[in-house]
Structure formats: C-alpha cells, structure tokens
Ligand binder design. Structure first.
Ligand code: TRP
Length: 332
C-alpha cells in the first residue's frame, strides 16, 4: 500500500444477489475511491451466517460477489480485495473487541432489533455481537474512512466508541474511523413500488434489477415499471416512478436530469421505459459477462482471492500482534 494515502475499508455480505441499486449506490463509488485511497474491499461471509444460510448457496454467492467486485472495476492491483473468513485475524480481533463492547450498546443497535424481529426463531449471539466483528474488520487495517450507506452509520459509530474505549486504556492502538456516506448517492427505488428502496428481499421479482439479470429480463422489468397516468417525463414528488426512472437513466448514461427531461420531452412512457431498459442493459452487460468469465476460470479466481487474503493478513496480523501485547496475552 502507498503510504501517503488514507485507508478505506468497506464490505458487503454475500447473503443474496447484487442489485442495480447496490451497484449504482455503493460499488460504483468504491471503484472511484480506489485511486485516492488505499482501499480494502471485503466479502463479509462471516457476517452472513448470523442468519441461517444454505451452505452451497453461501459458497456460490461469496464467489459470485468476489467476481462481481472485480468485474465492476475493483482492481486487485490497486486495492486489497478478499473474503473475510480467509483472514482469521477478523475473528480473533472480534473476540477481543467483544470484551470491550457493552451489552447496552449492542442492545441499542437498530439493525439488531430489526433482525431479531424478522428472525425471531434464531436470535443468536452472533447476530447480537455482529457490530464487534464489523469493528474488527474496520480497526484491523488502521482504516480512516468507511464508505457505507446510512443504515450502517450506527455500526461505524459503535466501532469508534470501541476504538476510543480501547485506546483510552492502552494508548493509541486503533485509528479512529469515520463513516463516509455519499451525499448524492444514486438512490434507486423499487420499480413496482417507487416509494420504497429497490431491494432483493422484495417478494416481487419485477421490483428489482439484478446485476446478473439477462437483457430480456431487464427489458421486461423496465417495461412493467410502475409510472402514473399523467404522462409527462419530468421529475416531481408526485411522480415517484418516473422520477426513479429518470434518475436511473441519468446514473447509467451520465446525462444530467435536465438533459434526460429534454431528450424525452413530448415523448410517452412507451418510448421512455424501453430506453431506460436498454441503457441499463448496456451498463450491466460488461459486468455480467466479466463475472461469468471469472467464475468459469476457477483457478484464476482462486489465485485472486488468495492473493487478496494474503495481503490483508499481512496488515491485520501486525495490528493483532499489537493488541495481544496490550491486553496481556503471552507472546507466541
Ligand atoms: N454490515 C455491512 C452491511 O451489511 C457489511 C460490513 C461488514 C461492513 N463489515 C463491514 C461494512 C465493515 C463496512 C465496514 O452492509
């Protein structure tokens, strides 16, 4: 890693498929950050098992997510790209940080409250201490910035509190991380209920577009996208469906909202919706094709993720050694 650059760390759980919303809202931003920062990007498979997973699905999804990271433009030469469970220091530091994290703090996490309500039959200890593992992810690498969505802000705040608590006892061990939440992130809404965020957990498959969707599926979903009966193609709070389509079209073509509105002035939804579909198809096509190519070449993919894990472990191991010494573990 280059010394003069700040460090960023982020991760995604391989607990499902990546949507157009995930790509435009998060991953595309990660790609841009690679030049200005020393970046680490991680497939958070250990977080994923805090809810029950089918083992074969989890393994496949981890591979697919790793391949998608690279296909989207995360560059293993510039950034460290790896799978969380391949770097054992994450689990080791998480245990230690658990002992510096308070029951009350964890009880206040909104994600824990939401997930324990939606998985009432499996409120396990891992789900509860999830934020301590996330703090370990971040703190192992001297991370300065954590690019995440608003929903993860509370977890990054907790990581700061844990770091502060540890540092106040043992001196300057951890760098204080900061959440960076993109101000103008493309917020991609559901195609069927445009008041809601696009989400793969919506039971209606037509409500979201997956990065791996084939062109005909993408076209079908955009042709069915919910609009309104007024007919004009412009952004307005009264037109959430049309506004969402304009924003998606703008995000994938790089055109401004005004340019999009001018382009479709006087046209109808019958022209507009397929045009958005086409633009999304062309944006996602190279990513899907490159992901498929990478997944078909298992040996190269393995070499890439092993190399990523090795680079990550080389940094993580130094932090962990320092921590062991501070807390008083006998030297190995
Ligand atoms: N909890 C994050 C999510 O569900 C994923 C994650 C795991 C993460 N470890 C992280 C994000 C560390 C940022 C930093 O989206």
């Amino acid at each position: 890693m280059e010394n003069d650059k700040k460090i960023i760390f982020s991760a995604t759980q391989p607990s499902g498929k990546i949507t157009l919303g995930n790509y435009l809202g998060a991953m595309r931003n990660w790609v841009r950050l690679q030049d200005d920062y020393n970046a680490l990007y991680c497939v958070a498979d250990m977080h994923a098992i805090t809810v029950r997973q089918n083992p074969a699905d989890l393994r496949r999804q981890s591979m697919e997510l790793f391949a998608q990271f690279i296909a989207c433009g995360l560059d293993p030469e510039k950034s460290i790209i790896f799978i969380q469970s391949h770097v054992p220091q994450h689990a080791e530091l998480a245990w230690i940080l658990n002992c510096y994290t308070m029951y009350g703090e964890l009880s206040r996490m909104t994600q824990f409250k939401d997930k324990s309500a939606s998985h009432a039959d499996n409120v396990n200890a891992g789900l509860f201490t999830y934020p301590a593992l996330m703090a370990a992810d971040i703190l192992l690498y001297g991370t300065h910035c954590v690019p995440v969505g608003e929903d993860q802000r509370q977890h990054v705040e907790l990581a700061r509190n844990i770091a502060q608590r540890f540092n106040s006892v043992y001196g300057d061990v951890f760098t204080m991380p900061e959440a960076v939440i993109p101000k103008v992130a493309a917020r991609v809404m559901s195609l069927s209920e445009p008041e809601k965020k696009m989400s793969k957990s919506n039971p209606n498959e037509n409500s979201y577009v997956l990065v791996m969707d084939k062109p005909d599926a993408i076209m079908r979903k955009f042709k069915r996208a919910v609009t309104d009966s007024e007919g004009g193609i412009y952004r307005s709070p009264e037109k959430p469906g049309v506004s969402n389509l304009i924003e998606i079209y703008s995000a994938v073509t790089g055109k401004t909202f005004e340019e999009v509105e001018n382009e479709f002035a006087g046209k109808g939804y019958g022209d507009f919706k397929p045009a958005v579909g086409e633009a999304v198809v062309e944006c996602l096509r190279p990513i899907r094709e490159e992901t498929e190519r990478l997944l078909a070449d298992k040996a190269s993919l393995e070499a890439l993720y092993r190399q990523g894990a090795e680079k990550a472990a080389n940094i993580a191991y130094k932090t962990l050694r320092k921590v062991h010494k501070k807390v008083g573990f006998a030297s190995r």
